[in-house]
Design a protein around this ligand. Structure first.
Ligand code: DOR
Ligand code: ZN
Length: 351
């Protein structure tokens, strides 16, 4: 049976939520990944060092005993963000970075930034401190087609921002377009991008295959196949500016299977299976470790994880749903389907 061993990977973009959902979803990420960058879009959002410290403690309380997992918490930028507090949080190791949500771009983004000018002082402070800016790269506004929102953001917001803050480290989160890939490559070294499993696996046709598919609805929305090919070329071509970020975004089933459903795909239980499938399809399993375990730490100036994990091409049936006691259930990516890869139980020290 085909096997692949690699350093324990990290997930550079997750949503853990809070309360009962947090308790249910954290173990899925903690089992598979050494570290995860945790998004701050709770309601209300995590906007300060104090709030991130408290949130980090709640996450750690949900990590199963005996698992070595570090959450890297972040702050949600608003027009009123306090630069001094954010920089202090970064220096203390509580705030890995700060997240820019354009107001009304996605889940719980109504408190987000209304213009880059409103946070210019904060961005200048982050630039000086070496604190990365994590970007949800979509413009909002009813006049912009939902499939064009990332490309429009790159052109009208991101390129000017990169020019105005030339020393700022920027991660374009969940890149979905050829235009996004190109801007990252044009700013290599100071810019990187996370890539989700869904944007590598599917194009926008998947949203409508045989009927509407609420569990494939996420933001940024799935794009044309030309964009999927650009993403696959970037991640399997060995470009160090691209690394793994699942954007696992759990929403209870009844909030997705409804007339106006929430955006987000709960991929944590099967994300590595999904990425391995893509790299195997592309004949690029030899490049998998760089994408999953090395490029992210290298960009952020961190060491890779010490442990190694092994996966094998052993098919496995995925659960139809995962219960959240008292709340409902979550439908994971590949629910009720067979995935082609499974973990081999043991972990070993890196050689
Ligand atoms: O699909 C998404 N879900 N995209 C986002 O940007 C946010 C996320 C969420 O928090 O549900
Ligand atoms: Zn996200």
């Amino acid at each position: 049976m085909q096997r692949i061993s690699f350093r324990r990977p990290d997930d550079w973009h997750v949503h853990f939520r809070d309360g009962a959902v947090l308790a249910e979803v954290v173990p899925h990420t903690a089992r598979a990944f050494g570290r995860a960058v945790v998004m701050p879009n709770l309601a209300p959002p995590v906007t300060t060092t104090a709030a991130a410290t408290a949130y980090r403690a709640r996450i750690l309380a949900a990590v199963p005993a005996g698992i070595d997992f570090s959450p890297l918490t972040t702050a949600y930028l608003t027009d009123d963000s306090d630069a001094a507090d954010l920089i202090t949080g970064h220096r203390e190791g509580v705030l890995f970075g700060a997240k820019l949500y354009p107001a009304h771009a996605t889940t719980n983004s109504q408190f987000g930034v209304t213009s880059i000018a409103a946070i210019a002082g904060v961005l200048a402070a982050m630039e000086r401190a070496g604190m990365p800016l994590l970007v949800h790269g979509e413009v909002t506004g009813a006049e912009v087609d939902v499939f064009d929102r990332e490309a429009r953001f790159v052109e009208t917001v991101l390129v000017p921002l990169l020019a105005d803050f030339p020393g700022l480290k920027v991660v374009l989160e969940h890149v979905t377009t050829a235009e996004g890939v190109a801007v990252v490559q044009a700013h290599a070294g100071r810019m990187a991008a996370t890539v989700t499993p869904q944007h590598l696996l599917w194009d926008r046709n998947a949203l409508f295959r045989g009927g509407i598919r609420p569990h494939l609805w996420c933001l940024p929305v799935l794009k044309r196949s030309t964009h999927k090919r650009a993403l696959r070329a970037a991640v399997t071509g060995g470009d160090p500016s691209f690394f793994l970020g699942t954007d696992t975004a759990p929403h209870l089933r009844h909030t997705k299977e409804t007339a106006c459903g929430c955006a987000g795909i709960f991929s944590a239980p099967t994300a590595l299976e999904a990425y391995l499938t893509v790299f195997a399809e592309e004949g690029a399993l030899d490049r998998f470790e760089a994408f999953a375990s090395l490029n992210g730490p290298a960009f952020h100036g961190l060491p890779p994880n010490e442990m190694r994990v092994t996966w094998e091409a052993r098919p496995r049936l995925v659960a139809e749903a995962i219960a959240v006691p008292g709340e409902g259930e979550l439908v994971p990516m590949f629910a009720g389907e067979t995935v082609a890869w499974s973990p081999v139980a043991t972990e070993t020290e890196a050689a």
